[in-house]
Ligand binder design. Structure first.
Ligand code: BT5
Length: 249
């Protein structure tokens, strides 16, 4: 398959319901965020996309990334026993290396007016959201330039792919339901328990700019608060954290 996210987005456009899951054993065009690629060799990783149709305003769609990272961190822990942590906003780490990446893509859902109505423009009636999760399950090696690990490398033995998939789907259902019934605060509280970012000095890449400082908090909206060397606080809504262990630093 090219990319489970691309297949899920196409199925979403064709009307597939919430809860549709696309799983692949390999991807020929696995996608990371911001046009990056996700290394997706056959038989080594789990590549899964889940289609959601949340009843959320556009400005709250970002909350789904936090739901997904909490669910993924807990699922990998359930399946492997490994202590997982989250690097803001949604990388899952074991031993400070990336074991799982998440790409959330949203599209407006539209219907077409009938000719009898005022306008023939498509009408936006909500959003479809595809949560794409890549887990390094039984990978034995990675290109040296990426700071990655796999469940098998950490455990010293392979584990069944199906166990990771089952755990992932169970935790996604659990946390998506809690998010809908109890709200985002319960998700952010769990996210903070799992966070590996706050308290650490780091660089954050925001567009072309690199900001150095110490992460001091994640606010209720999921923004990272970084204290700059001059004591000012910077409130970052989208960026990439480079911890000192990352080879990209
Ligand atoms: C992500 O992007 O971490 C999101 C990855 C999402 C992958 C899933 S697989 C199922 C679904 N279908 C898709 O097509 N995508 C989703 P980002 O934060 O941009 O991280 C990408 C960067 O991580 C790359 O530029 C590499 O440096 C590194 N990387 C690539 N492959 C990796 C891997 N397998 N494990 C760890 N790091 C990797």
């Amino acid at each position: 398959m090219t990319s489970t996210n691309d297949v899920a987005l196409r199925m979403s456009a064709e009307g597939s319901p919430e809860g549709t899951v696309v799983v692949a054993g390999e991807q020929t065009a696995g996608k990371g965020r911001h046009g990056r690629t996700w290394s997706s060799p056959p038989g080594e990783g789990l590549y899964l996309s889940l289609l959601l149709r949340p009843d959320l305003l556009q400005q709250r769609l970002g909350e789904i990334a936090f739901v997904s990272s909490v669910a993924s961190a807990l699922a990998i822990k359930d399946a492997s026993g490994l202590p997982t942590r989250i690097k803001w906003p949604n990388d899952i780490l074991v031993s400070d290396r990336k074991v799982c990446g998440i790409l959330v893509e949203a599209r407006p859902s539209t219907i077409n007016h009938q000719p009898s109505t005022v306008s023939r423009q498509p009408l936006t009636i909500g959003h479809s959201v595809v949560v794409g999760i890549g887990v390094n399950v039984n990978n034995q090696s990675f290109p040296p330039e990426i700071s990655a690990t796999s469940i098998a490398l950490e455990l010293g033995r392979p584990i069944p792919m199906q166990e990771v998939e089952d755990a992932l789907l169970a935790q996604l259902v659990h946390w998506y339901q809690r998010f809908q019934w109890e709200g985002v605060a319960v998700v952010m509280a769990k996210w903070k328990e799992l966070d590996a970012t706050v308290g650490r000095s780091m660089e954050v890449r925001v567009g072309d700019e690199i900001i150095s400082g110490t992460a001091v908090d994640v606010d209720p909206g999921g923004n990272l608060i970084v204290e700059l060397p001059d004591g000012r606080l910077s409130n970052i809504s989208a960026g990439e954290v480079l911890l000192p262990t990352d080879s990209t630093v």
